[in-house]
Design a protein around this ligand. Structure first.
Ligand code: FES
Ligand code: FE2
Length: 363
């Protein structure tokens, strides 16, 4: 029987060890947020604001969002309903004294330059990997190259053309629970009949199939095509061809270390989980539609968004009970059910990553 320790949900020393998980590749944005050349977007990656610039050559580069003059944030992080949209620029320009940079991060122009010297000539740059609609950034030297790390995911979703997806809602939720409580709830099918009896539970007959994708996993949930829904799905599934299986299934990917995506031909849900201390977390939520939807497709996406938010509300209601129960439990190991295989895989992947990087004395 597989078990999980309650300690991993509150112990500060465990949370500290987990820091290494976020030194690798982290999703910084969706390609649909920077759809055109000469666009900029400020991404928040592990408490750092990163400047993502899609250059004139169409390539995305990432820079520290700190001006070489006085360190001012070159662009502020955006807030508000349309905060997910990148903005067109003619040059990367700091708003304080007007230093300008090229789309490759080099100083291009310093106003009234006489009398000022700067030892640096380029903004600090980070590694970026863009593929299949996702823009990944690594703030440290990556342990695994991104192409091989993400190949199992990208190859499987490439034909959905997720680079065309854009959020209809992008926001951060703060939850007073360990980040793993929130993430693994999205991977756990065992709770569906209890927590979601009238929503997910009412429309899904069979439990999901599970595939181990190494660092990642895939759970496929068959959604019975009831009457009008089949017609609607066919109408809204642009970018064919999709198999019947793809038209009637939700593909839920766990992408190492902190991402869950729900992929369907007509919409995409992106949930990214960041620790904010041992017992607090942020869920970065993006519910996406394909660009330029027709009326019916738009109505369908918004209806799905309402359903998705209600399902999230059903989950969040139980978060605090999970967290506080774990913190106070005298039982140290807790058994996992067969329908919690996604949770088991998630913990295995985290432990493998942490253990490989810890000095022998700390493992
Ligand atoms: S701080 Fe950016 S130009 Fe002065
Ligand atoms: Fe749930």
């Amino acid at each position: 029987m597989t078990t999980v320790s309650s300690q991993v949900y509150y112990d500060p020393s465990h949370a500290k060890r987990e820091g290494v998980l976020f030194e690798g590749w982290i999703l910084a944005a969706l390609s649909g947020q920077l759809p055109n050349p000469s666009m900029v977007w400020v991404a928040d990656v592990q408490s750092q604001t990163i400047l993502l610039v899609r250059g004139e050559d169409g390539i995305v580069r990432a820079f520290e969002n700190s001006c070489l003059h006085r360190g001012t944030q070159i662009y502020p992080p955006k807030t508000g309903r349309h905060a997910w949209k990148g903005e067109p620029i003619s040059a990367v320009t700091c708003g304080y004294h007007g230093w300008k940079y090229t789309d490759r991060g080099a100083i291009q122009h310093i106003p009234k330059a006489k009398g000022i010297q700067c030892t640096e000539t380029h903004l600090k740059q980070y590694a970026v990997f863009e593929d299949a609609g996702f823009i990944w950034v690594s703030l440290e030297t990556p342990r695994i190259d991104a192409a091989s790390l993400f190949a199992p995911i990208h190859d499987a979703v490439r034909h959905y053309h997720l680079e065309e997806m854009e959020p209809i809602e992008a926001r951060d939720f703060h939850f007073p629970v360990n980040w793993k409580v929130s993430l693994e709830n999205a991977l756990d099918y065992y709770h569906v009949s209890t927590v979601h009896p009238k929503t997910v539970g009412a429309h899904v007959d069979a439990e999901p199939t599970f595939r181990d994708l190494g660092w990642h996993s895939l759970q496929t949930l068959y959604i019975a095509p009831y009457g009008w829904r089949e017609k609607l799905d066919n109408h809204c599934a642009r970018k064919r061809p999709y198999s019947d299986h793809e038209l009637s299934s939700l593909h839920k990917y766990f992408v190492f270390p902190n991402l869950v995506i729900n992929v369907l031909p007509y919409h995409l849900t992106v949930m990214q989980f960041f620790p904010n201390g041992p017992t607090d977390c942020i869920m970065r939520y993006r519910f996406c539609q394909r660009q330029k939807p027709g009326k019916i497709e738009r109505a369908r996406v918004w209806a799905s968004w309402v359903a998705s938010r209600y399902i999230l509300y059903e989950d969040v209601r139980i978060y605090t009970q999970i967290q506080q129960g774990m913190e106070k439990s005298t039982q140290t190991e807790h058994p996992l059910h067969e329908q919690e295989r996604g949770v088991e895989h998630f913990h295995d992947a985290l432990n493998r990553w942490i253990d490989d990087t810890q000095p022998a004395s700390e493992t």
